[in-house]
Design a protein around this ligand. Structure first.
Ligand code: NOJ
Length: 711
């Protein structure tokens, strides 16, 4: 492998040999499925830098054309949305979605997800995943909340950095690691009204405080590419915003990889955002803003050539872009080895499937249990509900048979286990019977037989009711104004509740829905989100106590749609004083960030904090009868600050596994920067004064021990 100096020298040599046309082509990313094979081959021969959404042999053919038939033979870099597994390939291992995985609060889960995905992507001959999403899921009406690591900048940053390390390995140059892409830079999830791709009500100060930290952690972890966002800040589309693109990303974060636009961002400047009259004008702005690679808007090629010729874009601007792209290609060793070989035979191999199972188990969040779980005495179980046996709903977005724009005609490939199947197998192993009835559909008017479900469940000893959302309600352009359970799901819940049979509600959904009494009036409530291949099996294991659930919410649950956004790190104000909240609903969420229980309870005591060393510690004791894993969460509040600061902010967490009766002192080495804020001058500072440190089981007040101190 070349060292950095050698790479820089080589980049300059290649650059010096490139024509203007070849530089422009290197900046183009061609959408294979839209361009078609012939057109794609033509682009490859012209020296296009990248293609997206092309798999296996098609990619290999393109690569051969680029290397053998383009003048300079610069290898192409292939990008794919391998979002929670290499999901667009039908034999890949599918993990829980980012949101589900974030509920594990386990960075090793994220790292392994990245590593397995990278190996499978590389085995397809590809190099690059458009992952992770580092937007925050704060307004849960947004259709893409499932793709985020939840609502909190700290947790999202930790999980994001870990998955980047998993994808890229040491340096991306070996056969089994690929290039990661932190996206969408920046603030995409914060669109007004959660209207996908619309403007954000954002200031640079707020951007730095809440939305930048996960990207900073990804850059520090060495992420090699960044994708711009669709939105805008104060009237300037992010993709052409000089402050975020240049000053912050390159200047302050020191990012030295390449920037790719999102899908057709350049044309959006004309067609959707109306800040340019012509594509040519948009291309000038995009190039000058520092976009190195242009996704799908192939018009860029001609437009940028004429812009250089008539002086609107300097050739050095193209040089910079190509320099960034070639540097990454060289770091990945693509010139020596244009095709990654991965590990033949690894698609869905036993080792990978085991990791997907483990991730699903660790991601499950038990949110309510009056003692009904784990189930023991039952003879007959009824599994009811629209999402009990809907593998599409369980997988979530971005897989070969669930991404609406790419491929809905595919059939799901085994192995996978739905909740129904998991429960059937678990019941059979215990000599119990298991009856299933769908009851109703998630969407109105497709299917309803609540009476049939009542008949099935009437003589059961326990009911597992699985509700949620379906793919038609998830993803790009699928924002929801109403988060309550859709269709006749509440009627189905009420019919089940009326039977007086112990009732466990399970949520198989892309995000927190306003589940209301379907959770509150059930005997137990499990949040499974989109658990991937083995999401259903994980639920069955939790129901029967084969696993001791240890997931914690990475995102808060609203009581009703109108309460959104309900994230825990709110700024203080009148509305929420003295716990008054809304006049028709309490202030707090139904389930709070960090919440989750298992079959053992943990007691906290002996909070310590040393003002000199900033070491904090707390004693945690497993009060239950089973070994369990607790996630110890550390929050702080800046008591008086020059700008409003959140009522609490997560600054650290650690997991500890404890045997029954066992105690451990969990310690945290904190720093002054952990207690910092972004002041009005947009500087990160730790202001002297009073602070409150809180350590405990969740972000809820009653779950936290507190101590005050001054810095
Ligand atoms: C648009 C999406 O916003 C982005 O996340 C994705 O990576 C690209 N399309 C490519 O599919």
């Amino acid at each position: 492998m070349m060292d950095n100096r050698q790479i820089m020298t080589r980049v300059e040599e290649i650059l010096a040999s490139m024509t203007l046309e070849e530089k422009a082509a290197q900046m183009v990313q061609v959408p294979y499925a839209f361009a078609g094979r012939e057109e794609s081959l033509r682009w490859a021969k012209m020296g296009a830098g990248s293609f997206l959404h092309v798999l296996g042999d098609d990619a290999r053919e393109i690569q051969r054309a680029a290397i053998e038939q383009s003048r300079l033979g610069i290898p192409v870099i292939f990008g794919i949305d391998a979002i929670h597994g290499h999901g667009l390939n039908d034999h890949a291992t599918i993990f829980p979605t980012q949101l589900a995985a974030a509920c594990s609060w386990n960075t090793e889960v994220a790292r392994i997800m990245g590593e397995v995905t990278a190996r499978e992507v590389a085995t397809d001959g590809l190099h690059w995943t458009f992952s992770p999403v580092l937007c925050l899921g704060r307004d849960t009406r947004w259709g893409r909340v499932n793709e985020t690591f939840g609502e909190d900048p700290y947790l999202a940053g930790e999980m994001g950095a870990a998955i980047v390390r998993g994808y890229q390995g040491e340096d991306m140059s070996d056969d089994e690691h690929i290039l990661a892409c932190a996206k969408h830079y920046i603030g995409y999830g914060e669109a007004v009204g959660a209207r996908d791709s619309c403007d954000t009500e954002m200031t640079y100060r707020k951007l730095r405080e809440i939305f930048l930290p996960p990207f900073k952690k990804a850059v520090d972890a060495g992420v090699g590419s960044i994708m711009t966002a669709y939105g805008s800040i104060d009237g300037t589309p992010f993709t052409i915003d000089p402050v975020t693109m240049k000053d912050i990303l390159r200047g302050e974060l020191g990012f030295d990889g390449f920037v790719v636009t999102d899908w057709d961002n350049v044309n959006s400047l004309v067609r959707r955002q109306h800040v340019c009259e012509t594509t040519e004008e948009a291309c000038v702005l995009a190039a000058n803003a520092g976009n190195d690679m242009i996704m799908t808007s192939t018009e860029f090629y001609q437009a940028v050539l004429s812009a250089v010729r008539d002086g609107q874009v300097k050739e050095e601007t193209l040089d910079d872009a190509v320099r960034h792209i070639l540097t990454v290609k060289l770091r990945m060793n693509l010139f020596e080895k244009p095709e990654k070989t991965g590990r033949p035979g690894c698609f869905g191999c036993e080792e990978h499937l085991q990791h997907a199972k483990d991730a699903a188990d660790k991601s499950l969040v038990l949110l309510g249990n009056n003692g009904v779980l784990p189930l023991r005495e039952a003879k007959k179980i009824a599994v009811i509900g629209p999402n009990a046996d809907d593998v599409r709903a369980q997988y979530g977005d971005w897989t070969y048979f669930t991404h609406p724009k790419l491929n809905l005609e595919h059939e799901p490939v085994r192995p996978y286990v739905t909740v129904k199947e998991g429960m059937e197998a678990a019941c059979a192993a215990r000599g119990m019977t298991c009856a299933y009835h769908r009851g109703c559909s998630v969407l109105d008017g497709e299917y309803e037989d609540i009476a049939g479900a009542v008949e099935t469940a009437r003589d059961a000893d326990a009911i597992v009711l699985v509700v949620g959302d379906v793919i038609a309600q998830v993803g790009e352009e699928k924002d929801r104004a109403v988060l309550e359970l859709s269709g006749r799901q509440m009627a189905l819940f009420d019919a089940m509740r009326a039977l007086g049979v112990p009732l466990v509600t399970v949520l198989v959904a892309s995000k927190p829905l306003a589940v209301g009494r379907a959770a509150a009036q059930a005997d137990a409530f499990i949040c499974a989100f989109n658990g991937g291949m083995f999401g259903g099996e994980a639920v069955a294991k939790a129901v029967f106590g084969e696993i001791n659930p240890c997931g914690r919410l990475a995102i808060s649950f609203p009581r009703a749609s109108g309460q959104v956004p309900v994230y825990y790190n709110q700024l203080p104000g009148w509305h929420c004083q003295q716990g008054k909240g809304y006049c028709d609903l309490p202030e707090g969420p139904l389930y709070a960030f960090g919440e989750g229980m298992g079959y053992s309870a943990f007691a906290y005591s002996d909070l310590t904090f040393d003002r000199e060393t900033l070491m904090a510690g707390v004693k945690v004791t497993n009060m239950g009868e089973r070994t369990g894993t607790e996630t110890v969460q550390v929050y702080f509040n800046d008591v008086v600050s020059s700008v409003l600061t959140p009522v609490k902010q997560l600054i650290a967490f650690k997991q500890v596994e404890l045997a029954p009766g066992e105690s451990a002192v969990v310690e945290f080495a904190l720093s002054r920067e952990d207690f910092s804020l972004i002041n009005r001058k947009e500087e990160r500072v730790t202001e002297p004064g009073g602070f409150e440190l809180m350590i405990g089981h969740s972000s809820r007040e009653q779950d936290l021990l507190k101590t005050s101190f001054r810095l």
